[in-house]
Design a protein around this ligand. Structure first.
Ligand code: 3PG
Ligand code: MG
Length: 397
């Protein structure tokens, strides 16, 4: 791919600004999932070994240009130090005198994390003076935040024009995996798209139909397709006003020769309560108070067969209400099957998007897939075929 990487770059003594994505899940001021911290380690280690001064830049949450104390990046420091096995200094501001002093105090091999970029409105506005203030603390810029690459912000886009810019290790891994799944994949390619809303996934469905051989639709959005085919969905989540749209998607798939896989049986209950009595039913066979909450076993078996017949799988979105067992069963079974095929060397499986990663973690198979993206929105936009400003800015010009 046409990106500058750190290969062959002498970073010794250089101040390297590294855009990471430490927008991690937190509860009560503690990090609850360190996947994104771990993702940043290869680049940090590489820079330390090369004798660079590593200056980490990140946003956290959406403080909208204000200094919101609960959105400080400080709680990230301790878990990062633990994972890295080295001290990480922290500065209470990402620009100005505070940042400047902290950078000036660094020795080669040191790591410093600067405070939340979004405490300054200039970050999201991609404001040139703000980008210049950031750039003043670095000699080189490395973008390792694929998951923030759909944002054209000062730290993800502006900086790339001010300093020599490179893709970090995680950025490289993400781009390589995504290319293997959708850019230039081994065929046949199967997609799984779940989640609730057809309305937010139309661009995605369109682009995938153009690129895939088979596309399985699951989750709440499948109900809208079933309804459009004339099936009773009773009390299920369903965007009935999108029935025409769903029929249009089906016609488009037919025309483009992409086989759509819709549920052929369903799991229903009255409410998605934990441990609720789940009933497996044929399509349309549900009482008026019942709703569809998961894919049925025949559907899952058919999906597994489709995986067996595919060389590549790209997956976004759970098949059912996976947060509430037993309605996680379909998603879990499909995830385990995908992991087995990958382990057997028969399938390249790439997954991404917030809920998807949580579901794969719950099934304990995230580590067994070929690649699980750290990105939510960026993964989706990339699957939609959109160009990501943070990636574009890194291309060799
Ligand atoms: C994410 O968590 O998806 C990224 O960090 C981007 O965050 P944002 O949606 O607040 O820009
Ligand atoms: Mg987000």
């Amino acid at each position: 791919m046409d990106f500058r990487t750190l290969d062959g770059v002498d970073v010794a003594g250089q101040r390297v600004l590294v855009r990471v994505d430490f927008n991690v899940p937190m509860a009560g001021g503690a990090v609850t999932d360190d996947t994104r911290l771990e993702a940043a380690l290869p680049t940090i280690r590489r820079l330390r070994e090369g004798g660079a001064k590593t200056i980490l830049l990140s946003h956290f949450d959406r403080p909208k240009g204000k200094r919101v104390p609960s959105m400080s990046l400080k709680p990230v420091v301790a878990p990062l130090e633990k994972l890295l096995g080295a001290p990480v200094a922290f500065a209470e501001d990402c620009v100005g005198e505070t940042a400047e002093k902290a950078v000036a105090a660094m020795k080669d091999g040191d790591v410093l994390l600067l405070q939340n970029l979004r405490f300054h409105a200039g970050e999201e506005a991609n404001d040139p003076p703000f980008a210049s203030e950031l750039a003043a603390n670095g000699d080189l810029y490395v973008d390792d935040a694929f998951s923030a690459a759909h944002r054209a912000h000062a730290s993800t886009e502006g900086l790339a024009h001010l300093l020599p810019a490179y893709a970090g290790e995680q950025m490289r891994r993400e781009l390589t995996a995504l290319d293997a799944a959708l850019g230039d994949p081994k065929r046949p390619v199967l997609g799984i798209v779940g989640g609730s809303k057809v309305s937010t996934k139309l661009d995605l469905l369109h682009n995938l139909i153009l690129k895939l051989d088979r596309l399985a639709i699951g989750g709440g959005m499948a109900n809208t397709f079933l309804f459009a085919q004339g099936w009773e969905v009773a009390n299920s989540y369903c965007e009935k006003d999108l029935a025409d749209t769903a029929r249009g998607v089906m016609a488009f798939a037919e025309k483009r020769g992409c086989e759509l896989l819709l549920p052929i049986d369903i799991v229903v209950a009255e409410q998605p309560h934990p441990g609720a009595a789940a009933r497996t039913r044929e399509l349309g066979q549900l009482d008026e108070h019942e709703r569809i909450l998961d894919a049925g076993p025949k559907t899952v078996a058919k999906l597994c067969e489709a995986m067996d017949a595919s060389a590549t799988l790209i997956w976004n979105g759970p098949l059912g209400v996976f947060e509430v067992p037993p309605f996680d069963a379909g998603t879990m079974a499909a995830a385990r099957h995908a992991a087995e095929r990958v382990k057997a060397g028969k399938l390249v499986a790439v997954a991404g998007g917030g809920d998807t990663v949580a579901a794969l973690n719950a099934a304990h198979v995230a580590g067994d897939l070929t690649f699980v993206s750290t990105a939510g929105g960026a993964f989706l936009e990339w699957m939609e075929g959109k160009t990501l400003p943070g990636v574009e800015a890194l291309r060799r010009r």
